[in-house]
Design a protein around this ligand. Structure first.
Ligand code: UQ1
Length: 398
C-alpha cells in the first residue's frame, strides 16, 4: 500500500499504470493487536475495507496471486487471469500458520479454553478476555524458534498481563511465590531479545517481575492443559502444565512465494539488502515481511524500506544505477507496562539507531513512547502510511 501510493504520488504515473493485487477484504493495522490483547483498543477500529484505501487511480485486482513467471514478466492470478508487468513489487507479508503447533488451531477455536494469540485477528480479543478473567494458576507465554514478525510482541502481551495482574492483586512482583499466579516466558531463542542493548533491560525486567525464563523452549504441541516444548539445543522434549497459554505460531513465506523462482533458500524474495532489487530479476523488488532483508520484520522497517524501493525503481526505469539506501532500520516499541514503552530502534547487525537517542536513553521504558505506540502510530499508519505519506523516523513525506 505504501509503495504503490508513494509511486503514484511522484506524479509520473497515469490512471491504471500501477496495479495492486491483493485478495484481502480488510486492511488491518496489525501492530495494534497487542493493544487489543491488552484491553486498550477494539479490534474493529484497527481495520479498514481495502477498497476504500486504494486510490482510484490504481487498478485493483482483489485476487490472490497464483504464480509468478519472472522470465515472462507476468503473474497468474488464482482465477487464471494473467497480468503483465514492467516492474513488480512483491510484498504479500508472512504466513502466520497456527497449524505449525499441534493442537493450537483447536485450542484457539474453543471459546472456553484459556489459549489465545494476539497474532490473529480472530483471537486477539480472546487474549484480553483471558487475561482479565484469570485469577490463579500457571500462565505461559511463548515465542517460537525461527523468524517471526514483530519479534517483541510475544513478550509485550506478557508484560501487560503481568502488570494487570499486579495491579489487580493476583500477582506480586516482589514476592511471586506468594502470588496466586505463576508466570513463565518460554522462548525458542537463547535470549529475551536479539539486540544486546535492549535484551539486557528486558532480562533485568524479567527477573525483577519474578517471571520464569525458559530459554531454548520451542512450543510444538498443546495437549489439553499440557504444553510440549522441543529443545533447539538438542535436549529432550519438556512438558509443562498450564492454566493460561498465550501462544505464538511459527511463521514462514507463503507457498506461492516459497515455491517460485523469486525465492531464496529460506523461501523469501531474494533481494539485495541495501537496494531492495531482486538479485536475479532486475525488474523485481521486495519489501516487508516477505523479503529476504535480514532485519526484524516490522511496519517501522517498511517506513524506511519503501522510499528506497521507490527511488531505486524509478532510477532503474530511467536507466540509472540503483543506490544502496537501506541500512536495515527497524523498530520495536516494546510495551513493558500500562503507560510505558521501551522504543528499540536498530539497523543491520543489531546496532542501535535511535531517533530520540540524543534526548533519552531509549533502553529505558518511557511514558512518551507509550503514547507514540498507543495513539500516534495507529493514527499515522491508518491515515498516512497506507497513502504513501509517512516516512517513519523521517516524518511526513511529500
Ligand atoms: C513508525 O513509523 C511506525 O509506523 C507507523 C511504527 O508503527 C508500527 C513504529 O513502531 C515506529 C517505531 C515507527 C517509526 C517512527 C518514529 C517517529 C520513531
Amino acid at each position: 500500500m505504501t509503495v504503490s501510493h508513494q509511486l503514484l504520488r511522484t506524479g509520473k504515473f497515469s490512471q491504471d499504470d500501477i496495479a495492486i493485487v491483493d485478495p484481502a477484504e480488510w486492511h488491518h493495522y496489525q501492530p495494534g493487536w497487542t493493544l487489543v490483547g491488552g484491553g486498550l483498543k477494539n479490534k474493529e477500529d484497527l481495520r479498514q475495507p481495502l477498497t476504500k484505501l486504494v486510490d482510484p487511480k490504481l487498478k485493483f485486482y482483489n485476487e490472490q496471486v497464483g504464480a509468478f513467471a519472472p522470465e515472462e514478466n507476468l503473474i497468474t492470478l488464482s482465477n487464471g487471469d494473467k497480468v503483465n508487468y514492467e516492474q513488480l513489487v512483491v510484498a504479500p507479508g508472512i504466513n502466520v500458520d497456527t497449524s505449525t503447533i499441534k493442537g493450537l488451531p483447536e485450542a484457539l477455536a474453543d471459546p472456553k479454553s484459556l489459549v489465545s494469540t494476539i497474532f490473529k485477528y480472530d483471537t486477539c480479543d480472546k487474549a484480553s478476555r483471558n487475561i482479565k478473567d484469570f485469577k490463579k494458576g500457571n500462565a505461559i507465554f511463548t515465542h517460537p524458534a525461527g523468524a517471526i514478525k514483530c519479534a517483541g510482541a510475544p513478550q509485550k502481551i506478557m508484560w501487560l498481563a503481568s502488570d494487570h495482574w499486579q495491579r489487580t492483586g493476583s500477582y506480586n512482583y516482589k514476592d511471586p511465590s506468594s502470588s496466586s499466579i505463576n508466570i513463565s516466558f518460554a522462548t525458542g531463542l537463547p535470549v529475551m531479545f536479539g539486540v544486546p542493548k535492549y535484551s539486557a533491560t528486558l532480562e533485568a525486567l524479567r527477573k525483577e517481575r519474578g517471571i520464569e525464563g525458559l530459554f531454548q523452549h520451542d512450543l510444538v504441541e498443546i495437549n489439553g492443559d499440557t504444553a510440549i516444548f522441543a529443545r533447539p539445543d538438542g535436549g529432550d522434549k519438556v512438558t509443562k502444565r498450564f492454566d493460561l497459554l498465550h501462544a505464538v505460531p511459527k511463521m514462514g513465506p507463503y507457498p506461492f512465494v516459497k515455491n517460485s523462482a523469486l525465492a531464496d533458500q529460506a523461501g523469501y524474495v531474494d533481494v539485495d539488502q541495501a537496494t531492495l532489487q531482486h538479485k536475479k530479476f532486475a525488474n523485481v523488488w521486495s519489501a516487508g515481511d516477505a523479503s529476504s532483508l535480514p532485519t526484524s520484520k516490522t511496519a517501522a522497517a517498511v517506513t524506511a524500506q519503501a522510499p528506497v524501493l521507490v527511488s531505486n525503481m524509478l532510477r532503474s526505469m530511467n536507466g540509472q544505477e540503483v543506490e544502496t539506501g537501506y541500512d536495515g532500520y527497524t523498530s520495536c516499541p516494546l510495551l513493558t507496562e500500562y503507560g510505558k514503552v521501551l522504543l528499540a530502534e536498530f539497523k543491520y547487525g543489531g546496532v542501535p539507531k535511535e531517533t530520540f537517542g540524543k534526548l533519552f536513553d531509549q533502553a529505558t521504558p518511557k511514558r512518551a513512547f507509550y503514547y507514540l505506540k498507543k495513539d500516534f502510530f495507529p493514527w499515522v499508519y491508518q491515515n498516512h502510511m497506507v497513502k504513501g505519506r509517512w516516512g517513519g523516523p523521517k516524518g511526513f513525506i511529500r
